[in-house]
Design a protein around this ligand. Structure first.
Ligand code: UT7
Length: 334
């Protein structure tokens, strides 16, 4: 802007962060509830469908790692965004089942994608809220102007941390990956985001083990107080939704699609009811892949984009909740 004295005053421009492409990947053939029975688990299709809505899940073959799944999801997201890997200067990778203790799965993924530009790559550990955390973190990098194009990934091989003798948990989870390309843009994308944690609830959902002196100390298997998790999830998902809607000056009527963490159909329904959002505005894919933790929200998003349900310009409310306890929500214009 030219002032009267001829001095040029710089006008700060707002950098938005917008999703420009989505991708997902589910390994192998679907494994049905009846398939689990044939594998010796004392359960039934009726129990699983009635209590969780899950009909199938995907299980990665031995030797396939989280970053292998992430790679496929990222390739699809990059293709959808019309971007080459080397145009990505930031990878934020949400997982609780990383390839190794270190290096990070993000760094491994960067190499597998063939990115050689020296951009940043790191993992985020927020269990099933991982994607909401990752998107929130990446948005802040982009809005600050430090980075222009991010891959935000959620990828898990949860089958590796399940106790297949515990029917109360092993039927609920699956493996998979989802990713988005998030880019600096003049047009609004992410409108508001919020992330939270309360570590005093760490024992209601955990894998309380560690590797020390060459041994696993504690348990390497997932354990959960399902009923407490259920109640907590519905409460915080509703609160986080209201928080981001208020921050953006919108209300539930402005939401075209609610995409909550795909853990259990009953949690999704109860959250929608509490928010007074009609069930036909809720994206549901938990029936296809079970609970894939950090991968669940980007998986549900991509499946709905590719079937044409979600369209450009739609207002989306993404939500995560999980171990930690952690939770978060991201409101965005797609
Ligand atoms: O990312 C967040 C991850 N966690 C979640 O989303 C989990 C939230 N919680 C839930 O979804 C539910 O609490 C569950 C689906 C895990 C369990 O449902 P519930 O209605 O709370 O069942 P319950 O644990 O109280 O178990 C009821 C019965 C028990 O039998 P008895 O004691 O009543 O005879 C269990 O032994 O169901 C039995 N049961 C099963 N039966 C068949 C537990 N697991 C199974 C199974 N198949 N797989």
């Amino acid at each position: 802007m030219m002032s009267t004295s001829g001095v040029v005053k710089s006008v700060p421009t707002v950098i938005h962060a917008r999703i420009t492409g989505t991708g997902s990947y589910l390994p192998g053939a679907p494994v049905s509830n009846d398939d689990l029975r044939t594998r010796g688990i004392d359960t039934s299709d009726e129990w699983i469908v009635e209590r969780t809505g899950i009909r199938t899940r995907h299980l990665a073959d031995e030797g396939v790692t989280s970053s292998d799944l992430a790679l496929e999801a990222c390739r699809r997201a990059l293709e959808a965004a019309g971007r080459l890997p080397d145009e990505i200067d930031l990878i934020v990778y949400a997982t609780s089942t990383p390839d190794f203790i270190f290096p990070s799965s993000a760094a491994i993924l960067q190499h597998k994608l063939g990115i050689k530009n020296g951009g940043a790559a790191f993992d985020v550990q927020a269990v099933c809220s991982g994607f909401a955390y990752g998107l929130t973190v990446a948005e802040k990098f982009i809005r600050s102007g430090s980075h222009r194009r991010a891959l935000v990934v959620g990828a898990e091989v949860f089958s590796r941390i399940l106790d297949w003798n515990d029917r109360g948990t092993c039927v609920l989870f699956g493996d998979g990956a989802g990713a988005v390309v998030l880019e600096a843009s003049d047009e609004p994308g992410i409108l508001a985001s919020t992330i939270h944690a309360d570590g005093s609830y760490s024992d209601i959902l955990s894998v309380p083990g560690q590797v020390s002196h060459g041994k696993v100390i504690g348990s390497p298997f997932l354990q959960m107080d399902g009923k407490t998790v259920f109640k907590f999830a519905v409460k915080v998902l509703s609160e986080a939704a209201i928080e981001v809607l208020d921050a953006a000056g919108l209300n539930t009527g402005d939401v075209d699609w609610l995409i909550p963490h795909q853990a259990n159909i009953r949690i999704l329904q109860a959250t929608a009811k509490k928010l007074e959002i009609s069930e036909d505005k809720v994206i549901v894919s938990v029936d296809r892949h079970g609970n894939t933790s950090a991968a669940s929200v980007p998986l549900a998003l991509d499946l709905a984009v590719r079937t044409g349900k979600i369209k450009r310009g739609d207002t989306l409310l993404l939500e995560g909740v999980g171990g930690g306890f952690t939770w978060g929500a991201v409101l965005l214009k797609f």
